[in-house]
Design a protein around this ligand. Sequence first.
Ligand SMILES: C[S@@+](CC[C@H](N)C(=O)[O-])C[C@H]1O[C@@H](n2cnc3c(N)ncnc32)[C@H](O)[C@@H]1O
Ligand code: SF4
Length: 443
Amino acid sequence: MNFIKKIIYKIQETNHNKNVDIPCKAPFSSMYFCVDGKMSLCCYNKIDTFGSYPENSIREAWFGSKRKVMLDKIRNNEYPMLCQLCLNRKQENVIQARMTQIFDTYDINTKYPYELSFECSNVCNLNCVMCFNNLPYRSKKQKTEEDQNKKEVYNDNFIAELKEFIPHIKIAKFLGGEPFLIPIYYKIWDAILQLNPQCQIMITTNGSILNERIRELLGRGNFNICVSIDSLEKTNYEKIRLNSSYEVVTKNLEYFIDFCKEKNRNIIITTCFMQQNCKEIPDIIKFCNKNEIELFINQVWLPSDSALWNSNSSLLKDILNLYNNIKLPDDTEVQRKNLKTFNELIGFVTIWHKNTLKNEKKKIKFQNLETSQLKKVLYNNISAYLEKQTKSDEIDLIKTEIEKILNAQNDEEKIRDMITYYINTPPEFIHIVVLSDLFNLLY
Ligand SMILES: C[S@@+](CC[C@H](N)C(=O)[O-])C[C@H]1O[C@@H](n2cnc3c(N)ncnc32)[C@H](O)[C@@H]1O
Ligand code: SF4
């Protein structure tokens, strides 16, 4: 049985409070450890944090007032802005339902988290073009040695504190950086195997590292593997996953597939959905179907030069034409899931295509506007969106950040381009795009 389903069934057995009217239950039941020590709601929202390690202990963060206030608001349906990325798409019926569905059966009154996700370090052997870990370096030369070896905030004390939480969790997820290169993960895995051997462990790996130590480890616990494969064509794969070898990764992927099938563990392929590989998605799904593997899509919102929401209408139209002419099978459970994922992508592309067409038409109109009028359009758009989300109070903050970015440009044309770009950015995503630009400006 699929491991996620297993967890869901297990939780359903003990779940007396279904709380079906809560749109996303992740904040009540999961905790995410970010690379800088921040403790947040989930992997899709690393901005709304409720503590920072080691200044705050895990206990302080989980049981503390900041999280409590956040949860009270969420109970009132006042979700943080970034959560709207998931929730809006769910309402539009476009979303990868699994993003929030995984949490649907969790009891929101749980004392301890059911799920812990770790992104404790960004040490990695690759340098993928779209990687959010590399975003801060994109406008600069390269990641330096010093950046790579930056002191990690998570230490042995962290492991000691985790021991209170580990016996209660159903699943632990490991990201990075490259998990198999992160020393503290080996200590966390040991702690899980000792205190909660039934716990499901999900590792998302770039697939380039496999050795005897890893093979032995995987045999000792409920390890499930998620391999990131963005292309099945050597040239494109290596253009995206810089420093990787297509041959090595496909060979390791074979090992992971055989291992998971033999041990009845879950294997997932995860693919970034972006400009560089969007035309390959049907082939990736066919490969997954052939190997009975579920495909998980990572929506790439940033960097914007990889993101499809920021591409032109003709590419989006080409993708729609291509996808709409593909007939995928729906005979097995995996095939049906992959078909659903594919249809969700068609949903996303349809929305982006419509928006891009609208924006391209508006661009002509924008050319005739003064810069101040253009800014007015931008701020009116953001205000209208925030008002709908009952978050009008955030407008001043976002405006101040945008003004800082615009003031740093000395060319009028660049300023106008930036404003137009922000006008075209999906409004639920504007804050994260602005923050990322601000980060690039400051560091
Ligand atoms: C940051 S990586 C860490 C794990 C491992 N290094 C890997 O590549 O699988 C976690 C996942 O994020 C995906 N990812 C990388 N950059 C992304 C981006 N800009 N947007 C969305 N997902 C991204 C990766 O493909 C991977 O599946
Ligand atoms: S392998 Fe993963 S963490 Fe490393 S650069 Fe690529 S996406 Fe980022």
